[in-house]
Design a protein around this ligand. Structure first.
Ligand code: IMP
Length: 200
């Protein structure tokens, strides 16, 4: 049985404005207010775990402790089948210190060319962890499958969105209106599990 969230304010344990915006929009529907870890001046802990779940828990626990309120953390990334799941938990790091996702997308494309991949199947994964200051935590995972295209298309979304076409669609996440992406994304799917378990 999952612990219910009774508080109305949450720290979103991320310094990534794209993610804070998306999570803020998702939780606003449930009357929850999102405060960003960046705005509270909280430090970003090192993501040392090899799994999305492990890293989401590190971030949620650190923010809950630092802010003394419940914290929601997302760890997510793109897993490419022909690259043995890479960039995976290193998705953000492939963009380098400048966080340039044109560079990261180019690296994915180059990697696919190098292995002569015929199949550009990929999926996004999101692990969403909710931690309380007393150390309790709940964690939920969502995925969205699709394939990669080159060159990247669209200016919406963030990260690898312009090269990812979700299953059943012809357009990339970068070409998709935010509401449509939110209805099907890996983050939305993890979020739906969180809502059912902790808010429902
Ligand atoms: P982290 O979870 O902060 O380690 O970063 C995950 C990285 O995965 C992001 O910086 C993006 O590059 C990528 N990513 C995660 N979710 C999405 C998404 O919805 N669209 C595009 N890229 C994403």
């Amino acid at each position: 049985m999952s612990r219910r969230l009774t508080e109305t304010r949450l720290v979103v344990a991320s310094h990534n404005p794209g993610k804070v915006r998306e999570i803020g929009e998702l939780i606003a529907r449930f009357g929850l207010e999102a405060i960003s870890a960046g705005d509270l001046g909280l430090c970003e802990p090192e993501e040392t775990e090899p799994t999305f779940t492990g890293n989401a828990l590190i971030k949620a626990h650190a923010a809950a402790k630092g802010a003394n309120m419940p914290a929601l953390a997302d760890d997510s990334g793109l897993c490419v089948d022909a690259l043995n799941g890479e960039p995976g938990v290193y998705s953000a790091r492939w963009a380098g210190p400048a966080k340039d996702f044109r560079v990261a997308m180019q690296l994915v494309h180059d990697g696919l060319e190098k292995v002569h991949a015929k199949d550009a199947a990929a999926h996004f994964v999101c692990a969403l962890a909710l931690a309380w200051p007393d150390g309790h935590a709940e964690v939920f995972e969502g995925k969205v499958h699709g394939h990669l295209v080159w060159p990247p298309r669209g200016t919406l979304g963030f990260g690898y969105d312009p090269m990812f076409v979700p299953e059943g669609f012809q357009i990339t996440f970068g070409e998709m209106p935010p509401a449509q992406k939110h209805a099907m994304s890996h983050r939305a799917r993890a979020f739906a599990k969180f809502v059912e378990a902790c808010l429902g």
